[in-house]
Design a protein around this ligand. Structure first.
Ligand SMILES: Cc1ncc(COP(=O)(O)O)c(C=O)c1O
Length: 408
């Protein structure tokens, strides 16, 4: 296999010559060369075994045989674009619709999370006739130009904030302005969105959408207080905009007790648009946008076709269906709850022992450990966090037939 042909040093040298250095490697000081993976384990060229804790794509486990078989079998029969009538796309849309609240009943299939968010932006703009977007601070919604513009995590290092983008504070009850001791942080943070909307409107701007990850991950594994999204949706709808829930990292049962992370916000809350990616295809490039009839109808009314060459192909939909089947058959939602609770408990024990651990927060297998320099200020221990990540990359690997160094 190609993976075995070259030494690690040769692969690295070739990569440095041929691949843009903007495409960064994990552990750049000493990259890991992974040649195969199975379940939760990855293996390097020496056969050392790693637990994969940073891959938010191999949702039902690397190379799951059911998913691999589904892709292979469909590949042997037919793979083409979604302009031909085919059962897989409708079967898949039907299965997804069973996981979502009833109003979210129209589906578009695409190839990446970025494409899904870009389409969500187009849908929102057509439906509302407005241009502007409210986003949460530190958010990342994808690599297309339109999404870099609504990703403070990126645009702060590039061209800066566009006049049509408005940034609201993260609903962070650990480090933000309204913390665990606030009587109603959901309302307080939602009022911040209202304030951002009002100040945009005073400048003559019109809000098309509020974009947020249902649990902000890139912003620091944040768990918005329950009720926050309903309140925000009220302010956004009043301004004529729609609510877009980005479930690209946090959907598909990762949070355990619900299939979708936005459901943590309560039964009454239903976004106008939901975007899906990453885990949806367990590594195969699949993505999806689900929305309501009125939003879809407004887009259709333009008369412009939405065509995506690979989106919704028979193979992609077979893979998506297989992922749903595995989630159900292996009860992986319940598994996320039990493994997540176990891990949280172990991490909480570390918090008691080590003052650098400021906060351990999470739900299901969405878990964050917030390292701090000092309890009074809760200043992030950024260098220490970087050190820990690289140290575990090295020392966490289990070499075949060798003594594993103990992690203290
Ligand atoms: C929250 C979120 N939205 C969107 C994207 C973009 O997805 P993709 O890289 O598949 O285009 C990402 C990717 O990291 C993400 O984390």
């Amino acid at each position: 296999m190609a993976a075995d042909r070259r030494s690690k040093a040769d692969t690295l040298a070739l990569r440095q010559r041929l691949i843009s250095s903007s495409c960064r490697l994990f552990f750049p000081e000493d990259p890991v060369k992974i040649v195969r993976a199975q379940g939760q384990y990855m293996y390097d060229e020496q056969g050392a075994e790693y637990i994969d804790c940073i891959n938010n794509v191999a949702h039902v486990g690397h190379c799951h045989p059911v998913v691999v078989r589904a892709a292979h079998e469909q590949n042997q029969v037919l793979n083409t674009n979604s302009r031909y009538l085919h059962d897989n796309i409708v079967d898949y849309a039907q299965r997804l619709s069973e996981t979502l609240p009833e109003p979210l009943c129209v589906f578009y299939f695409l190839n990446s999370g970025s494409e899904a968010n870009d389409l969500a932006l187009r849908l929102a703009r057509h439906y509302t006739g407005h241009q502007d977007v409210v986003v949460l601070d530190h958010a990342y919604h994808g690599h297309l130009s339109s999404l870099i513009d609504i990703s403070p995590y990126k645009f702060r290092n590039l061209d800066g904030q566009k006049e049509w983008v408005h940034v609201a504070p993260l609903p962070d009850t650990y480090r933000g302005p309204y913390r665990e001791d606030h009587p109603n942080p959901a309302v307080a943070y939602a009022n911040e969105v209202k304030r951002v909307v009002s100040s945009a409107q005073e400048k003559g701007r019109k809000i098309a959408a509020f974009f947020a990850e249902s649990l902000p991950s890139v912003g620091g594994q944040i768990i918005p207080p329950a009720g926050y999204f309903s309140q925000v949706a009220e302010h956004i709808h009043k301004a004529g905009g729609v609510f877009v829930a980005d479930e690209i990292q946090v959907g598909f049962g990762r949070v355990g007790k619900h299939f979708w992370a936005f459901q943590l916000q309560g039964k009454d809350f239903v976004p106008d648009i939901v975007t899906m990616g990453k885990s949806i295809g367990n590594g195969h490039p699949v993505a999806c946008v689900a929305t309501t009839q009125p939003v879809a109808r407004a887009f259709e009314a333009t008369g412009v076709e939405y065509f995506n060459t690979f989106g919704g192909s028979p193979v992609s939909c077979a893979v998506g269906l297989a992922v749903l089947n595995v989630l159900e058959k292996e009860q992986l939602q319940a598994h996320a709850t039990s493994v997540g609770s176990f891990l949280m408990e172990l991490l909480r024990q570390q918090k008691i022992k080590h003052p650098i651990v400021g906060d351990v927060r999470g739900v299901g297998l969405f878990i964050g450990v917030d390292l701090i320099k000092d309890e009074a200020t809760r200043t992030p221990a950024t260098e220490e966090a970087a050190y820990l990540v690289s140290r575990h990359g090295r020392e966490g690997a289990k070499l075949p037939d060798a003594e594993v160094p103990a992690l203290s």
